[in-house]
Design a protein around this ligand. Structure first.
Ligand code: GTP
Length: 170
């Protein structure tokens, strides 16, 4: 079977859980300590995707970009060549959802045709939730993306979310 390799970016504000989602997906681990990503970290995960009656081996090259308020030249260069992105917000911080459209626009400008999935992360922090499903759904509809409430801590919906994106970009 041939393996298809695709570049995927993780985009979202500081501390929403981009690194943690990748760690959960790739290593099935979680760490409570917060170490902000500097620049970019690339991880690789192979998944088998069933499609149209056949199966495809997909190597997901996951580019975990540092959260950043401003779009700069560095970020633009990291985004180049991406087939898709996971747009991550923190479901305990409303404002992190509002900014996802900007990230989607930035990536689409560089890579027209890129596909997205929206992850409203930290759904395990039940008492602190600030986002209603309807709000997440509306934001996702604007960027034509499927959406999931995820938890990198418990693993909730993490696999589904990455697989969903995998199917979209193939
Ligand atoms: P930057 O690299 O600064 O952009 O941050 P990031 O988006 O990569 O966030 P990171 O994964 O470093 O997580 C930030 C903090 O949130 C860490 O303390 C994590 O342990 C915590 N965290 C991440 N995901 C979850 C989650 O699903 N649930 C809970 N409870 N905490 C989480």
């Amino acid at each position: 079977m041939t393996t298809i390799s695709k570049k995927i970016c993780l985009l979202g504000d500081f501390a929403v859980g981009k690194t943690s989602l990748v760690r959960r997906f790739v290593q099935d681990l979680f760490d409570d300590t917060y170490i902000s990503t500097i620049g970019v970290k690339v991880s690789r995960k192979e998944v088998t995707i069933s499609q149209n009656g056949g199966v495809v081996e997909l190597a997901m090259m996951l580019w975990d970009l540092a959260g950043s308020e401003e779009f700069d030249r560095m970020q633009a260069s990291y985004m180049r060549g991406a087939s898709g992105a996971v747009l991550v917000c923190d479901s305990t911080r409303q404002e992190t959802l509002d900014r996802l459209r900007t990230y989607a626009n930035d990536l689409s400008k560089i890579n027209p045709g890129a596909r997205f999935v929206l992850a409203a992360n930290k759904c395990d922090l039940v008492e602190q939730q600030e986002l209603a499903p309807a709000q997440v759904e509306a934001a996702a509809a604007e960027i034509d993306a499927p959406w999931h409430f995820t938890s990198a801590k418990t693993g909730d919906a993490v696999e589904e979310m990455f697989h969903r994106l995998g199917r979209l970009i193939l």
